[in-house]
Design a protein around this ligand. Structure first.
Ligand SMILES: [Zn+2]
Length: 269
């Protein structure tokens, strides 16, 4: 089995997890910027984090033959401080040309507050200005249906954002159709205990199909499983999916979305 892990917060994982992922058939790891489990106090904290995502984490992944890619942003949880968000946004451009940076993300809303909305618009504006090579990765919200509608409104209102370059992660049964109807990609984030479990994710694709959909493990600082994608593939086998159908969902689909950025390359075999 081969697969791509398109959304994993590896800075919160031990090195053994890279070994386990590579052993399970992982071909590439993508890491959107996110909350670190605590609020960072200054722009310097984000500068260090972006350096970690663009310099240090790729080296750690490379030890296991895994290409590592990232998206950069300030996440919604820390976006209540608009002044800090403005400072963080001002340093992002200096990292965008680095070889493993695919774009802006994961942006979105958490509690749907006015400040979060403002910072979301600032990120979309930055992505639009650098549109040539920027897929946008959005996700994580507590008020999901309302938040999804708000995010879609912000993205659709900017004519320079191409829907096919946007993936809305963390979709569930009640939001997936909204995202697909907008022409965007939908991501299902697999969690071992809560939210979208592997059987539930497969139920979703059985209802909504597997076009413009990917699965990811998130594997952040919370309870999560870096092998959630290959474990879901095993669950698909139990339901008698063909090898081709499984590979389309866990390898070809993420490759198609990520490949929109010419910097995304797999190791030649
Ligand atoms: Zn995430």
């Amino acid at each position: 089995m081969k697969y791509i892990e398109p959304h994993a917060h590896m800075v919160s994982r031990v090195t053994d997890d890279y070994l386990r992922m590579a052993t399970a058939g992982c071909q590439a790891v993508c890491e959107p910027a996110f909350w670190a489990g605590f609020d960072r106090g200054s722009v310097q904290g984000f500068h260090d984090y972006f350096s970690q995502l663009t310099e240090h984490e790729p080296k750690r992944a490379a030890k296991f033959g895994l290409p590592h890619f990232s998206w950069l942003c300030i996440n919604p949880k820390e976006s209540e401080d608009v002044k800090l968000a403005e400072e963080v946004l001002s340093i992002i451009p200096e990292f965008l040309d680095r070889p493993n940076v695919l774009g802006i993300g994961e942006i979105g809303l958490n509690k749907n507050s006015r400040n979060e909305d403002k910072v979301l618009e600032m990120h979309v504006d930055l992505a639009a200005r650098r549109q040539q090579r920027i897929p946008v990765q959005t996700s994580h919200m507590e008020v999901k249906l309302k938040g999804t509608r708000l995010i879609l409104d912000v993205l659709k209102s900017d004519q320079s954002i191409k829907p096919a370059r946007v993936i809305i992660d963390h979709v569930e049964e009640h939001t997936v159709q909204l995202v697909l109807d907008a022409g965007m990609w939908a991501g299902m984030t697999l969690y071992p205990e809560s939210k979208c479990s592997p059987p539930r994710a497969i139920d979703i694709i059985e209802v909504y199909g597997s076009e413009r959909i990917w699965m990811n493990s998130a594997c952040d600082w919370g309870i999560s499983d870096p092998l959630a994608v290959p474990k879901t593939a095993l669950e698909m086998r139990k339901r008698h999916y063909t090898t081709e159908a499984i590979e389309k969902l866990i390898f070809q689909n993420p490759q198609a979305f990520l490949g929109q950025c010419p910097k995304f390359k797999l190791v030649e075999t």
